[in-house]
Design a protein. Sequence first.
Length: 180
Amino acid sequence: MASSLEKLEASHGVTIQWHAYELRPKGSPPLPPEYRERILAGRPRLYATARENYGLELNQGPFGIDSRPALIGAKYAEQQGVGPAYHAAVMRAYWLEAKSIEEVELLAELAVVIGLGRAAFLAALADPALEQAVLEDIAWAQTNGLNGVPALVFQQKYLVSGAQPYDVLTRIIDQIRAEG
């Protein structure tokens, strides 16, 4: 089943551009126990929403991992013209297959599946320019007050927080176009 963003892209001709964001940057202090418990307590609702709205049975990967390698890999995949396939593969691995997307070997396997060369992908993970692009995305998000994911920004000025159903996103697009 297609995601809300994929449906929106097809039905309304919008272009989806992913940007890097780290929820738990490497070296972050441990989460306070009460905050972690709140997150865990919300999972049943998240899983039910995914099942009801998208027909997905979530099987989430490990919590609190270092996503930087996956984000750098995304920048490389985008440069190679396979960004959407990479994003889909990483999302599937993490959210449906409970895999740790901080593992470089897993990311390399996903890269090969979508048509990227293994050696070139692994070399790209160490490319300072790609890491800098990730850091610039993160800085932009912080400068603009974004502190969670998902966060959708339309036309660089309309923020929609959280995963939203397709009908909500279509109403937003229609309203933005009407104001146009």
